[in-house]
Write a protein of this length. Sequence first.
Length: 436
Amino acid sequence: MAQIMFLSIIFFILVFLMIYFVCFFCLVKRALIIDNLYLIIPAICIAIWAFYSLYKQEFQPFLWDYYVVYSAGRKILTNPSKLYDVRTYLYMPSFAVFIAFTLSIFPSSIAYNILFIYNYIWGVLALREFNKILIMMNLKEKLHRFMFLLIISNGYFVYNQFWFNQTKYLLMLILLFIIRRELQFNKNEIDKDLKYYLINYNLFVLAIGIAPQFIFYLIIYMFQDIPRNELFNRENIKKYGLLAIMSVVQNFLFIIYPSLIEKFLKGYGYVSRRKQKLKVIYLRDWINTDFRTAQLISNLSLIILFILALILIFNNKLRIQEKFGYFSIAYILIGFQFYQFVVALVLFTLTILLFVPYLDQEAKGLEFIKHNKILLIGLLSIAGIFFIAHEFIIYEIIPIPQEYPFVFFDNLRWIILLAIMLTSLFSLHINRERNY
């Protein structure tokens, strides 16, 4: 209790120091705080959700997800051959090695505090990268960018990163950083040299270590800008080789202890095996099945996702953020691997990027709302998803039983909002095609 109180005090001292130094610097350059208010407010929002998570836990944190990761790091330092003996550790060895030498070298209570503060820093840096991407996508007005930034800095997906003390903000930061670099290099027509690929591929391999299901995003990214007739030319084969070497280096434990490969692959069936049901983000207690059927459906979804990834790879009309966005929608709808809720913040953040090109930036005032009504409806549906992510919100407002068939209403809120989001995006695309 005392340690968590100390954490919360230190955390908010850091936040207010950040705000103080911004304000202090503004005494020299008075316009700075106004110019950056659209970034400062979302950063403060993340801090508020972080504190709210501590408050809801009565400053006695829920350690399960954190402890799994921390224990995996300790296992690397003590007996790496038993890594997957850590119950519910479903990630790659590279992630455990990263945790081992950044967090697990500290006592558990101190490591928890460090990770909590890191989460906030990663969240703010992710906001910064998202803002840069919006600029690269020609979103000129700060107020327009603020609208998008405000969505991804609020809601229970943000809250969950601190409630569980997860590391998905690091995953989000890595993916946004890679997208931003890709857009920047393409826009400025900068040659992608060895250093570029070393940085991006290394970061991507670490991202897959954090969330193995994001291997599909790496496949899409790896073949970005490569024509089909050049897939096997000498330069591209070198890139594949470079990526393979980085994957082996970061996951060297698979080479030293081959038995870890089989144990890792079994992790894909963990949620279905324990719960005897398939888990997708928009269904709760609707798909109850035996383990064999669950595995069959899960494997079928993997095949479909792989086919969709191939389709996106060979679509040269789409830019990298669009490919990631469309694949995120597919994964939200049919991704049965692992548990989507912990990566939902990343999935919906990438999806939001799909709406950016359809924004009419020239309209002002009421005309802005009129010209962008479909887009605004789509964004509001995503904001709604962010704010109703926890089932207890519904049950606090409407005290109904949480069993079948009343759970129907719990699932219905997701389905309605997802349908609005998809319909809005489809309508925007159709309208643009008609205008052309």
